[in-house]
Design a protein around this ligand. Structure first.
Ligand code: SF4
Length: 980
């Protein structure tokens, strides 16, 4: 561990010779960005935290949250000991008594052992914004339960799926904008979200270098505040804007012809026989070698010069992108680009203007600006590289137009197709993994789609047996769905069923509702880690809270046993039967692993770790330790030796010694591998690996040779390298899928054309409509059931710079920035509705209403209202006083959002989610606003105040001591406080 003697710049005279001063480096976890930090210690206590200048991600920059980690560490809401609900207490009343870890672990072990031996799917493990999914996913797989996912389904699964099913990578952890070389930067659907400090650094440099920054968003906050231009857009209409931009680029012939022809599937020929069971799929020539059937290489191009079909990428051939042709056997075919061109012919700027609210002329100007930037600022780097078909290129070229997009696009029921449209737009501009555009980050790009598939049959769930595959994966066809013979879901959240076939991150937001209803079946034990499902992480929050306490006819809770693991008392812990106290990020080991979501840079793979800088508070234990312990007790095969004994001493031991397969050399961390620590990326386990990370700023950065840094989807030597180093399974090139035959395979099944699995009757039309192989725009699903005259306003939330969802409501410093929240609205709209600036109002949707305060803002388009996410709290939650501003003047928009859409048009009740991916459609709700009672002075709804839990740290004194500045003074202060 890095321990450097700390010397104050100025000696204030208050410190003594005996004080022990240290600086320890680790990785921040005040949000999910994972910046390097230095924790400055005195006498074993944290004094302050700053950014680590030697860390590649944040280069010393720290944000308000990061610097406030000390107040999280010493938070009054800390849980400090395992707690069991009192035998005679009602669930939800938050009446607990302390138990030992042995009792807690034995209780879970006994329960889980029984479930594993009888029906493993009755155990469900769902986790929040954790950074250990490689471990939690492994635990679920080894246990044998399909019921596992992390938070992605209610966050940005559409962003991951829409991009990865098109270009093999996505934003943030998977890739991002190359602002060092971009000239034009377009940020859409993003406020202050993801990749926080690195993006701030990059935008700052970009603007200083003269780059032009355009923010497209219904609201101008966060990064958009410093944009050169703000273009307001109506929520849920981004896809229409992208399609109009594509229309303009194609019409002006201003797309990157070479890139599109060679590196996308634009030229690949589609079977156009409407009656055929292969209609709309890529034609395969059986006379040519198919190679890996997952990524067949016998697709065809039309060679216009020779007037015949040839294998794609045949040397010297340029594929036709338009027209209709006939193969020698009489099959009518068309290049997929011809269909894209036809689809986009109708999506004019005038069409998009009606949908988005953006003037057609603005859309035209945007398209012109993109085309001109590509034409006039082309980048050429003198880097030779070789493509996957053996062609040598003298240089790497690029078009310097970069995008960044996130949850504003994703959290709609049309998000998948909208994001597909964005990926197609970026591809037509030729900006994928090229300088100045979008750049992948290792281990991305992945195959399209990635080769990992979920289990596909209920028979894959067997007592005392691991699942044959991880519980999550990337379906490529109906055969990959996780359904039973009748086509019904196997998972509790219904992911990978016909309702949400490509639910690659699961649907955590429906787990409680489905389990409560017993649809598709009841479960026994739900283990929730670090997710506030009784508050800001659930839609329809009030009802979900009732479900957690609802009992069946037998008097038992409908969800019989609820385990919550968290570091803090929250709305969720009140509903636990057993609470496991997690450590903070300063008290544990963590691995930001290449097997999960590392912190890679554009120039190569980077992973990082956390090391404990403090001992655990009270009896807290890291959740990873708990999982390794339980897995060992349950004798899950990956955690057990051939002799039946425990394989790993603890979590650090697991991280060092686990490998993906015997002799694979691929483990959780890529740095200092090999017995002597002299190998990178792959190699035998190194018992001193943690020490090496700790000595080196907790980070390992492997820089790829320049010729492997670009065009990685089709860079032959890079693809080989990626297979050798365990980033990928196969070396087939990753051709960008402008046209998705994966989608067409589902559509053919829905149309009854394809043999094999077909959707149940009530879902046929749904699958047929939304599984369009080309991007299209449709109104968010909820609007079909909304009276738009009555509820005309879109209502959305944003995450503020100073708080990460609900994590920081207990933070004494950050609460001073956000302790209450308003509903922001355009003054014109507010005045039309008789609402005063600062006045109390009701916000009502068809699903519920809340009372809150209004605030005028010119920085929001008139058809939208918005608020900060997760500032509002239930009374007493997070150990705040029952009259704290967070509960009395803060509110939660979630009460207005439904988690399910009612049955209609022959479709049964479904999740309020994207019909392709199951991504939660947070931002589809429509509301109305009106003044509240004249004497209103607090928000609604209110809940019975939570009481402090046993073992609360009660750290007000310690916080005062911190401000007081020295141990002695703090002791005196404590005495004063006691006397009072
Ligand atoms: S951006 Fe996130 S990870 Fe980085 S310092 Fe701020 S809170 Fe910490």
């Amino acid at each position: 561990m890095c321990q450097t003697e700390w010397r104050p710049l100025v000696d204030h005279g208050a410190r003594t010779q005996n004080e022990k001063l240290d600086i320890k480096t680790t990785t921040c976890y005040m949000c999910a960005c994972r910046c390097g930090i230095r924790v400055h210690m005195r006498d074993g206590e944290v004094r302050y935290i700053d950014g680590n200048p030697e860390h590649p991600l944040n280069q010393g920059v720290i944000c308000a949250k990061g610097a406030s980690g000390i107040m999280k560490q010493y938070s009054p809401a800390r849980l400090t000991q395992p707690l069991m609900r009192k035998r005679d207490a009602e669930r939800g009343a938050a009446q607990f008594e302390p138990v030992s870890w042995e009792v807690a672990l034995e209780t879970i072990e006994k329960r889980l052992a029984h479930l594993r031996a009888t029906d493993p799917k009755k155990f469900a493990l769902f986790t929040g914004r954790d950074q250990m999914q490689a471990l939690t996913g492994l635990f679920a797989k080894q246990f044998g339960t399909p019921n596992y996912a992390a938070h992605g389904g209610f966050c940005s699964a559409n962003m991951a799926a829409g991009m990865i099913y098109t270009i093999g990578g996505s934003f943030w952890e998977f890739g991002g904008p190359d602002l060092d070389r971009a000239k034009l930067f377009i940020m859409i659907g993003t406020a202050e979200d993801h990749h926080s400090n690195p993006l701030k650094i990059a935008i700052s440099k970009f603007k200083r270098a003269g780059g032009r920054f355009i923010a497209i968003n219904p609201i101008r906050t966060g990064y958009a505040a410093i944009a050169d231009e703000w273009i307001p857009i109506r929520p849920g209409t981004d896809g229409a804007l992208f399609m109009a931009l594509i229309h303009e680029l194609i019409k002006a012939d201003a797309y990157d012809h070479e890139f599109v022809k060679r590196y996308t599937n634009a030229g690949e020929l589609l079977d156009m026989r409407a009656e055929s069971d292969t209609f709309g799929l890529f034609v395969k020539d059986p006379a040519l070698p198919e190679g890996n059937p997952l990524f067949p290489q016998n697709h065809l191009w039309w060679d216009a010069k020779a007037g015949k079909a040839v294998q794609h990428h045949a040397p010297g051939v340029e594929p036709a992108l338009d027209g209709r042709y006939v193969l020698d056997d009489g099959t009518p075919v068309a290049p997929s680009f011809a269909l894209l061109r036809e689809r986009m012919a109708e999506t004019t700027p005038e069409w998009a203007q009606e949908i988005t609210g953006i003037a057609a002329e603005t859309i035209r100007r945007l398209a012109r600006e993109m085309a001109q930037t590509a034409r006039d600022h082309k980048i050429t780097l003198p880097i030779e590289w070789t493509d996957a078909w053996g062609v040598k290129h003298e240089s790497v070229t690029g078009n310097p137009i970069a995008f960044h997009a996130m949850r504003g696009l994703a959290a709609h029921s049309n998000g998948f197709q909208s994001i597909r449209a964005l990926a197609v737009l970026m591809s037509l501009l030729g900006t994928i993994d090229r300088p100045g555009g979008f750049r992948h980050k290792s281990p991305y790009p992945r195959a399209v789609p990635p080769s990992a598939k979920p289990p596909s049959s209920p028979n894959d769930v067997k007592p005392n047996t691991p699942l044959p595959a991880g519980p999550l994966g990337w379906p490529a066809a109906p055969g990959d769905l996780f359904i039973d013979e009748a086509g019904e879901p196997v998972r509790i959240d219904k992911a990978f069923s016909w309702e949400y076939p490509l639910a690659v991150h699961g649907l955590m937001h429906n787990v409680i509702t489905n389990a409560w209803r017993g649809d598709p079946y009841p479960i026994d034990t739900l283990l929730i880690f670090m997710a506030n499902m009784a508050w800001n992480s659930s839609m329809n929050t009030s009802e979900v809270r009732k479900m957690l306490t609802d009992r069946g006819p037998d008097g038992e809770y409908k969800i019989p046993f609820l385990v919550v693991c968290d570091a803090f008392q929250s709305e969720m812990t009140a509903f636990a039967d057993l609470i496991l106290p997690d450590t903070t990020y300063l008290e544990r080991h963590d691995a930001m692993s290449m097997l999960d979501r590392p912190i890679s840079e554009f120039d190569g793979p980077v992973d990082s770790v956390r090391v404990p800088v403090l001992p655990p508070t009270g009896e807290c234990r890291p959740f990873q330790e708990v999982l390794v312990e339980l897995a060992s007790r349950l004798k899950l095969p990956a955690f057990t030796t051939a002799q039946g004994t425990r394989k790993f001493k603890d979590y650090p031991d697991f991280v060092v010694n686990f490998t993906t397969a015997p002799e694979s050399g691929v483990g959780f961390l890529i740095g200092w591998r090999g017995k002597d620590g002299d190998k990178a990326l792959v190699g035998e386990p190194n018992p001193r690996q943690w020490e090496e990370y700790a000595k080196n700023n907790c980070v390992f950065h492997y820089t790829l040779p320049e010729e492997l840094q670009y065009m990685r989807g089709v860079n032959g030597p890079y693809l080989q390298f990626a297979v050798e180093k365990g980033f990928r399974k196969y070396a087939e090139p990753i051709v960008i899928q402008l046209y998705s035959d994966v989608m067409q395979k589902f559509r053919l099944a829905a149309q009854g054309k394809a043999a094999g699995r077909q959707p149940p009757e009530h879902l046929r039309a749904r699958v047929e409509r939304y599984f369009d192989p080309l991007p299209f725009w449709y109104a968010p699903l909820e609007l079909a059931t909304t009276d738009l005259e009555r509820f005309p306003l879109a209502a959305v939330t944003q995450r503020p710079m100073a708080m990460y969802h609900s994590w920081d409501s207990q933070n004494a410093w950050l609460r001073q920035i956000h302790g209450e929240n308003y509903l922001y609205m355009n003054p014109r709209m507010a005045q039309e509705n008789g609402i005063e600036d600062g006045g109390w109002i009701y916000v009502e949707s068809q699903w519920g209403k809340v009372r809150c305060m209004a605030r005028y803002s010119e920085a929001v388009e008139p058809g939208t209202v918005w608020t900060w996410n997760a500032i509002g709290k239930a009374a007493g939650a997070w150990n705040l006083g029952p009259d704290a501003n967070e509960s009395q003047r803060g509110f939660l928009l979630n009460h207005l959002i439904t988690e399910e859409l009612p049955a209609g048009d022959g479709v049964r009740r479904v999740s309020n989610s994207d019909p392709v991916t199951g991504q939660a459609a947070w931002y589809d709700v429509r509301v109305r606003v009106y003044p509240a009672e004249a004497d209103a002075d607090h928000t609604l709804p209110q809940f019975t105040p939570m009481q402090p839990l046993p073992g609360s740290t009660g750290t007000v004194e310690r916080i005062q001591a911190y401000f007081a500045g020295s141990g002695k003074f703090a002791a005196r202060l404590r005495n004063v406080v006691k006397r009072k």
